[in-house]
Design a protein. Sequence first.
Length: 618
Amino acid sequence: MWSDASSEAPIDARLAAAFTDQTLVTDWEGKTQSANNTLSVRPGKVYWISNANSAALALLPISEPFLISDFDRNTNHIVVPESKGTSGQLFNPTTLEVADHAVWITDNWAYKAAAQPTKPADFDASFAAGYSDSGLDLIVRVKDGTFVQDNPLGSFWKGDSVQFAIDTFGQGFTGDQVEFQAALTPQGPVLYKQLVPFVGGNLPTNWTPGNSVAQYASLKVDQTVPNETTYYIHVNSSELYPYVHDPKNPLRLSVLVNNNNGSGRLGWLEWSSGIGSDKNPAKYGKVWTLNGLVVEAVQTSMTKGQTQTLGARGLTANGFVDLSGKAAWSSSDASTVTVDTYGTVKAIGEGSAIIQASYGPFVGSIAITVGNSLPVTTAAVSPAQPDGQNGWYVNPVTVTMAAIDHLSGVAKTEYSLDGGTTWEPYANPLTLDKDAQNVLSYRSTDKAGNVEVAQTLTINVDKTAPVTTATLSPALPDGQNGWYVNPVTVTLGATDNLSGVAKTEYSLDGGTTWQTFMVPLTFDRDSKYTFSYRSTDHAGNVEISQTISFNVDRVAPTISISAPAAQSYSDADDMTPQFTVTDDLSGVDNGKTVLTLDGQTCSREPQFLSIPCHWVHT
């Protein structure tokens, strides 16, 4: 869309009427604009519109201001190959290990002749494509008996190499493509960025212009298998600018493999066209980068006359995308269930039908059963969500049931807590207050005798905290008066009867700070220890902390002698021993302080010593 007006003006209301909640409008800089009738169009600028209502667009007149070019008419009749791709990383960039969900594309390859009119017998190719948050992944596996690549930069296509291109807007316009050449040269692997779209505005920082080596991409080549060359290519999203990946829409891609036997380019294999013979993105194939398609229903059992709208979800590496408005719907038995273009099903008659949703090459299905009118029971849980962790309740849970039947009415509602072996009548809300992994089954019976298919509800209740035990080694003090004189090892063990132990902690500062217990702890420093410990289970129950105390004193007392001094004395002198005994922790046992003279024990109390003359004494 563009405007030839002299000034800015609102979008034509007839065109805006074709916008849906899926419509995307981008301006000439690639910036997203408002997809509604408030969009202001600036003159001399081009806007791109995608995912508009095709039926509404078809009603617009083929005249001013709505034009349909011959190019658009022609491309509508081009048949291109389609294939599944992958959402998420396709291979490990370090080990080159290929993802298990990779889809190898082996069909729809066509040989185009250059020097040799027929495809060489030893020449074949396959590829896998994927798109992740970081960009495009491409693996191309080539079987070729002779490998030749000695061409200069930009002319890799003349030798054994790979060329690939994507249509950045997916509209099929020449000039919108970004094209690359990948080759194993004598100097090593090189990924050459050949063509880029003509774009203005602010370009990404991590972007390489055309006709140069791609700076924000990688290429690795493996030739360990004889007569086989595998190219592992990753291109950052910024290098594909202005392409914006949308898993709801296919990646328009073309892959070409060149063959040279040493005497020149023999020809090439191409998956879709648009690179080798001519530069035409309208001929690019479609690769759908999803990991599957699933169909979802509110209920799979219906009664006659009931309707519901199904959902179609495309699976991606990050979750899913809603394809309900894009998928094509069908029913295996319209006499049982019908489905419209929006996925709304209606129960017509008794039986079963398979409802199928297809989107590109992906197909998802679900079985819908239609029977007689059955009662429907609902169960409301209070609290509505687990008040503990990891899906556990740590307080009593109340379950309230309600049943409806549109014909004869509800006769009774029952519940079972033993897998349906025994059933109890439901009269009042149930309170589940015992620790257990409860599987609650419930059903209702109507007055006509129709019994509802039992529904189940899992309610896990764990109100009990774990129990931790502490073991000391040695078990008892190996010193006197309750003191340890050697290192003490503390081992903690915890048990939980239901959700299991999540972690065990200990504290040495009275519970101010806690540390995770991993391995037995050894205390080898002198101190009086107060050791607190506790455990937490997976439900979030925290044990009341327990405490043990133990004392470690591995250092002996210190004796300081102040008299007599180490010197000579006259035999006429009186000497009184003077000394002090100190201990910094457990204290001195005065009853066990021994004083000796020349190896003979003296009294603890100071006294005069009778010392023989002319002798050296200790």
